[in-house]
Design a protein around this ligand. Structure first.
Ligand code: ZN
Length: 220
């Protein structure tokens, strides 16, 4: 079975793996200290700057795929916690993992990530890692002008995303979404998507590495 993997800007066809897989979790890691848990707005319903249209229904989701992952916001944590990456580099470093995901106000997905590597924690705290973009699989991509489903026909029509045809704007209406990763990017397709708050901070770097010579002693 082929699926379409979309990074808001571009899409590529991927071979789907056979399932089902045992569920993996961060249950052991989450309880441990030394991590930052930033709250991140992953994506909003509406038309992105790259003219992909995400409906509230798609973000809410609930349709199970062959691996038992429910579509929409739950796919960030279903079966295994999805990775936090840089620029959709699936062969690069993993910066962290998504530990919780919620659909809020029927408009946007809020996730909490866990980042344990201090060099990435610093980047987030400094605001260098700020904007994000989603990578996902879908089962339907429909041209808003002619109704051609690129997923089903495997053919791109003559309409161009972002162009107007009469009064109608051409966008790609994305169907069910199974999120594969969340990436920090320099220029987000959804401007509002990014780190909203630094959240819980149990990173030791935060406490111990800022000392200026005098150590605070423990009364033991
Ligand atoms: Zn078309």
């Amino acid at each position: 079975m082929m699926s379409i993997l979309i990074y808001d800007k571009y899409l590529k066809l991927t071979e789907s793996l056979a399932g089902p897989f045992p569920a993996l979790s961060l249950a052991n890691a989450v309880g441990k200290e030394d991590a930052l848990f930033p709250e991140i707005l992953a994506v909003t319903a509406g038309v992105s700057k790259n003219f992909n249209s995400y409906s509230s229904e798609s973000l809410k989701g609930g349709k199970k795929n062959d691996h038992g992952e429910r579509s929409g916001y739950r796919s960030f944590t279903d079966v295994y916690p999805k990775p936090l990456l840089l620029n959709h580099e699936t062969f690069g470093d993993i910066l962290g993992r998504i530990v919780t995901s919620n659909f809020v106000d029927n408009t946007h997905i809020m996730v909490c990530a866990r980042i344990s590597d201090w060099k990435y924690i610093e980047k987030v705290k400094e605001g260098d890692y700020l904007s994000v973009s989603v990578g996902y699989l879908t089962d339907s991509v429909v041209c808003s002008i002619c109704g051609n489903d690129i997923y089903k026909t495997r053919e791109i029509c003559d309409h161009t995303k972002g162009q107007r045809y009469g009064k109608k704007l051409c966008v790609w209406e994305v169907g069910n979404m199974w999120f594969r990763e969340l990436s920090f990017v320099s220029i987000p397709g959804v401007p509002a998507a990014g780190v909203i708050s630094l959240g819980k901070d149990t990173s030791k770097k935060n406490e111990s590495d800022e000392t200026t010579g005098e150590e605070e002693g423990n009364d033991e």
